[in-house]
Design a protein around this ligand. Structure first.
Ligand code: IMP
Length: 423
């Protein structure tokens, strides 16, 4: 399998958890490189359903090493809760999970600031997951963040924390929000740090050694390309590089050591939170996709906005990630439709374009130019070979891969491991 980066080619929730899970069989190591517990990767194993937020999906396979890289922002309490939850369901989290000592921490004041900022934005709110992700990355870039390594020096941790809580409380008072107690946070997080110590490591050195030893490493991207801080629909984005380049910055593995990039995309499009979504369906068809596809956020439970496949968006994703292979998920959700549309270009202020405008207000004005396909109107859930799919389904899948500009490699026809077609 070689060293593979897996990314979302749309606005997140592409079904990366399922594809990662399928690919993990051949991997030795699974690594998260960005984002935090804003992510929600759903994996179904047999009759069990798991939703992972911070821990790489490889944890569900015995014998795989799972690494939370330096580019991730880690909420220690959320991490411990996830460890406890997995253990309570019989999953081993012992010797198979490591957290980078250089990863930044998400602390309660980040969540408070996330809420205050969203409230202040009013109608222009981003619709964040309120997990404190943006403020944590802001602290990292402003060089005022606390890192996992600080958990190992309680005095230093407390001193930095005191300063940050004081600073945040001044902001909280300005906006009439509830202030935080330094002591309560300090006690809770120092206790958490004791439990977390066994997982903390210099993952940069370790990952490079494993890569040199020929181990198969799978980089698990979170969110999606159009939520990337640089390449997404800014400001309606998350605060990290969700794209393939993030895998290098977020783990310390150099770019020339990455062998392959796999892009995951749904056979249609969804988005959670605010921001432009040219192919969004606000009618019954959108409701049908939401209900058939069970499109509700894995982290927040929010209903996802649903729409047709947007090939302008995925073509851009193939370009910025260097996607070699595509995995198309949730094909079965389209099984009952008589007609299916694909956006092949945008019409912006009367002109047809295949570019994504940098200006978010221009993006909001983009109207999709559609190509229409006949649906296959038969169940694909039991099909395991590409050639056994209905001709119209094959045509549709080949067409969306061709429009996106990469090779179709995997087709998913259901949430379970077995419901997967390899080409
Ligand atoms: P944040 O990452 O919580 O700051 O949220 C910023 C934007 O990214 C919002 O529109 C969220 O809904 C979206 N977002 C964050 N994480 C995910 C995810 O895992 N899947 C889908 N959308 C996400």
């Amino acid at each position: 399998m070689a060293t593979t980066v897996l990314v979302g080619a749309q606005w997140g929730d592409e079904g990366k958890g399922k594809i990662i899970d399928v690919l993990t069989e051949q991997a030795d190591v699974v690594v998260r490189y960005q984002g935090g517990n804003n992510a929600g990767h759903t994996v179904e194993v047999g009759n069990e359903k798991y939703i992972l937020h911070l821990i790489p999906s490889g944890i569900l396979y015995p014998g795989k090493l799972n690494v939370i890289g330096n580019g991730v922002v880690v909420d220690p309490i959320a991490l411990l809760e996830e460890i406890d939850h997995l253990q309570s369901r019989g999953i081993t989290v012992n010797g198979n999970l490591l957290v980078s000592n250089r990863a930044h921490l998400v602390l309660p004041y980040h969540r408070l600031l996330d809420s205050i900022r969203e409230e202040q934005k009013g109608k222009r709110k981003i619709g964040t997951t309120k997990r404190g992700i943006g403020p944590a990355y802001a602290d990292k870039v402003a060089r005022t963040g606390l890192r996992v390594v600080d958990l190992l020096s309680p005095d230093k941790f407390s001193e930095k924390l005191r300063r940050k809580v004081r600073e945040t409380n001044e902001i909280a008072r300005t906006f009439g929000a509830k202030t935080l107690s330094f002591k309560a946070i300090n006690d809770e997080y120092l206790a958490a740090s004791k439990r977390l110590q066994r997982y903390i490591a210099d993952t940069i050195k370790l990952l490079n050694r494993l890569e040199h030893d020929g181990k198969q490493i799978l980089f698990e991207g979170a969110q999606g390309t159009h939520l990337d801080i640089d390449f997404g629909t800014y400001p309606f984005v998350t605060s990290s590089n969700t794209t393939a380049g993030g895998a290098c910055a977020g783990t310390g593995i150099p770019p020339h050591r990455i062998d392959k990039v796999v892009g995951v995309m749904k056979a249609y499009t969804t988005r959670v939170g605010e921001g432009p979504f040219p192919t969004e369906l606000l009618d019954d068809q959108g409701t049908m996709l939401r209900e058939t596809g069970r499109e509700f956020g894995a982290t927040t439970g929010r209903p996802r906005r649903c729409g047709w496949f947007d090939a302008v968006a995925t073509r851009y994703s193939v370009m910025v990630n260097g996607i070699d292979e595509l995995a198309v998920t949730k094909t079965d959700v389209l099984d009952s439709l008589s007609k299916i549309k694909v956006c092949v270009a945008y019409r912006l202020d009367g002109k047809v374009t295949d570019s994504i405008p940098a200006d978010v207000d221009a993006m909001l004005r983009c109207v999709p130019v559609y190509q229409e396909f006949d649906g296959w109107q038969t169940s694909t859930k039991e099909i395991r070979e590409f050639d056994d799919l209905p001709k119209r389904a094959r045509n549709y899948l080949k067409k969306i891969a061709q429009l996106s500009g990469a090779k179709l490699a995997i087709v998913s026809v259901g949430a379970r491991r077995a419901e997967t077609i390899f080409l």
